[in-house]
Design a protein around this ligand. Structure first.
Ligand code: 5RP
Length: 243
């Protein structure tokens, strides 16, 4: 049985996700090509974009970052293109697992980090939707997702363990590993709140043979639409493309 107070909290978090997700649509303009992120927060953005297309006749093309998002967008009749069809995306809206005061992110809790990063990199700007639980001073309490080639994960895990202070786990476990949309697996590396130099860490892990992508998004996020119990705040990255 669920504890009633826990249930209330879960409900509140869901409400905050919804508020953040919908509020981010203030960045959506007619005629845009929009990168559609993955996860339970940006889901509300995608639903709202679908509503805008059908009720306000907005002309939008979405670029999904996962099969899950593609399915959702198709159900909402959002016209879609893949990242291979286009050169530039006007704006990507996506969730995050953590963001720090420099607007650096840990992503990949949903396992879609590789496509999310490809789409975000092709975008003129990136807006992140989050509830206040995602805001941290230093990245790393959320175990860092790393996509790895299936046949290489044991070797990659060994190499990362040489500098990761805590445990590293294969998502889903050895018997039934989580398989990404690209056919890879995910290692979740628990660095603890120690990631002071995310770009260096991203590059260090990225150099290991067998690593497909690292869930650190450095210098990519231009604004965070942050819902807390009191308000929705838009935090704009002073070094970003929306300031
Ligand atoms: C998926 C992601 C998600 O955006 C991230 O996990 C946040 O998800 P949620 O909004 O469900 O908390 O990076 O790969």
């Amino acid at each position: 049985m669920h504890h009633p107070r826990l249930l209330k909290h879960v409900k509140e978090v869901e409400e905050l996700k919804k508020i953040a997700g919908i509020s981010a649509c203030s960045y959506v303009q007619d005629g845009m090509i929009i990168g559609l992120g993955t996860g339970s927060t940006v889901k509300y953005t995608i639903i709202e974009i679908g509503r805008k297309i059908s009720e306000e006749n907005l002309d939008i093309i979405g670029v999904p970052t996962s099969l899950e998002t593609k399915k959702l967008a198709e159900n909402l009749n959002i016209p879609l293109m893949t990242i291979d069809d286009i050169v530039t995306v006007d704006l990507t809206i996506d969730g995050t697992d953590e963001f720090d005061p420099s607007f650096n992110l840990i992503k990949g809790g949903g396992g879609a980090l590789t496509r999310e990063k490809i789409v975000a990199k092709a975008s003129k700007s990136m807006v992140v939707v989050a509830d206040s639980s995602k805001q941290v001073l230093t990245l790393g309490s959320f175990p860092l997702p790393i996509e790895v080639n299936l046949e290489k994960w044991i070797d990659v895990e060994r190499q990362i363990s040489e500098f990761c202070p805590n445990d590293i786990s294969l998502r889903g476990g050895k018997e039934n590993p989580f398989i990404t949309d690209n056919g890879g697996v995910i290692l979740d590396a628990n660095f603890g709140p120690t990631i002071i130099k995310p770009r260096e860490l991203e590059e260090k892990i990225g150099r290991i043979q067998g690593v497909v992508e690292v869930g650190l998004f450095v210098g990519m996020c231009d604004a965070v639409v942050l819902a807390s119990n009191d308000e929705v705040a838009i935090l704009t990255n002073p070094h970003g493309r929306l300031s």
